[in-house]
Design a protein around this ligand. Structure first.
Ligand code: CTP
Length: 418
């Protein structure tokens, strides 16, 4: 594969030497395109020696070869590591004032950016907007790691480890690096999967919402595993305070209605092979949103409490099933999750079986929840229920990590995709 490795001018440029090594050792043909600032950290001879190819930051070198157009057009992958705040800004605004930004404009292959900068720069609204713009255009912007920065300070903004960067970059082009999973398959290459994660929040007034205890960890693990297996992954994330998994496009949502819009919009684009509804979607929302904060008292001696009227939210999963039956069009495989505590009417499995029938999805992943179980925990036990499966055909996984559960889900689903 032809890879352009862009390097912009941050102290983490030295780590790009390891990224380059990993790529060349995996047999890829890598052209390094540093920015002028990057060359102040690591010089051209280093890049040339490690890549075995000439290196330039300028559009003025080797002009008859038109490198500012050719490199981007011919690349199978453009990876920029580290991507500084300045590089993100120039890329977001379509500037082309050096060889790297010109290459970014001409590339039609997957583009992966691995930002590294100080926390203040990463969280500045200008950078946040630039990252959003780039992601909206389909650029994979890897979430930076948290930890020790250049000086004594710590926080998000650190360049992820070279192995993680290479893994995310190869996942973006549907190739698996050294496989780590049970099967090592890239059995989702060429697939587009949508995974929802986290818990929706239904606003009551500008400061309050009705929410739930879902951390988003299981959905994030399902998304990460799908990306590792080569899928294009859109992760619709409801209020999860988690770093974006490598190689996934993240769409942030707040409410059940936002989540419904995002998921149905993606499915209507017509290229979705599977939807995994791991998000905890609020079944109800306040009927009225108060524009101003609801006050405790309205006068001296007023001890009354408000009554909050609720209305039903749409059942998103059931809606996807219905729409599929209506249109008979592209048929995404639909996976539901059942968070059950068990109650007077049945145990977790019997409630899950009833829910599978009610929802009409293709697979239900049932897990037992409670104050100390599953929510926010790293281990869980789940049961995978297919429609029509007998008691002894239910697959039970765990207690296992959420990553292992994610692996088991895709082991089950991948062979069933049309
Ligand atoms: N779900 C959904 N839309 C909703 C509620 C839930 O799409 N309004 C999805 C969830 O993402 C999950 C599955 O439906 O995949 C089951 O969610 P759960 O909360 O366990 O079930 P409910 O349908 O809400 O049923 P109940 O509250 O009666 O248990």
């Amino acid at each position: 594969m032809r890879v352009v490795l862009g390097v912009s001018g941050g102290i983490a440029a030295y780590k790009a030497c390891s990224v380059l090594r990993l790529l060349t050792e995996a047999g890829h043909e890598v052209t390094v395109v540093p920015t002028r600032a990057a060359l102040r950290f690591v010089g051209a001879p280093t890049w040339e020696a490690l890549s075995g190819r000439p290196v330039s930051a300028e559009v003025w070198d080797d002009v008859p070869q038109v490198p500012h157009v050719r490199l981007g057009q011919q690349a199978d992958l453009v990876l920029v590591a580290p991507a500084t705040a300045d590089l993100l800004a120039r890329a977001a605004h379509g500037l082309a004032d050096d060889l790297l930004t010109s290459t970014l404009l001409t590339a039609r292959c997957p583009v992966v950016l691995a930002p590294a900068m100080h926390t203040e720069m990463w969280t500045h609204p200008a950078t946040v907007d630039n990252v959003r713009t780039l992601r909206d255009r389909g650029v994979h912007v890897i979430e930076p790691a948290s930890g020790r920065l250049t000086g004594a300070d710590t926080g998000p903004g650190r360049l992820p480890e070279p192995e993680e960067i290479v893994e995310a970059a190869l996942a973006a082009v549907g190739r698996s690096p050294a496989p780590t999973g049970a099967t090592g398959d890239v059995d989702l290459a060429g697939r587009h999967v949508v995974v929802t994660a986290g818990g929706t929040r239904e606003p009551l007034d500008p400061v309050r919402f009705l929410g739930n205890r879902s951390s988003g960890k299981q959905g994030y693990a399902v998304a990460a595993e799908a990306a590792r297996r080569g899928a294009r992954v859109t992760l619709v994330s409801a209020n999860a305070q988690l770093a974006a998994p490598a190689g996934c496009d993240v769409v942030d949502v707040q409410t059940a209605l936002d989540l419904e819009r995002a998921v149905t919009g993606l499915v209507q684009e017509g290229d979705v092979d599977a939807v995994v509804m791991a998000a905890a979607v609020a079944d109800f929302r306040p009927a009225h949103y108060a524009e101003a904060k609801i006050k405790k008292t309205h006068g001296a001696g007023d001890e009354s409490a408000p009554t909050i009227e609720l209305v039903r939210n749409p059942d998103i999963l059931a809606g996807l099933v219905r729409r599929r039956d209506e249109t008979g069009g592209r048929d995404p495989y639909l996976v539901g999750f059942a968070a059950e505590t068990g109650d007077g009417t049945g145990d977790v499995l019997s409630l899950a079986r009833a829910k599978l029938e009610r929802k009409g999805c293709d697979l239900l992943v049932a897990n037992e929840v409670g104050a100390d179980k599953t929510f926010g925990q790293d281990h869980t036990t789940v049961h995978l229920l297919d429609p029509g499966a007998d008691e002894d055909e239910v697959v039970t996984v765990g207690p296992a990590t959420k990553a292992h559960v994610a692996e088991a889900i895709w082991d089950h689903v991948a062979p069933l995709l049309p």
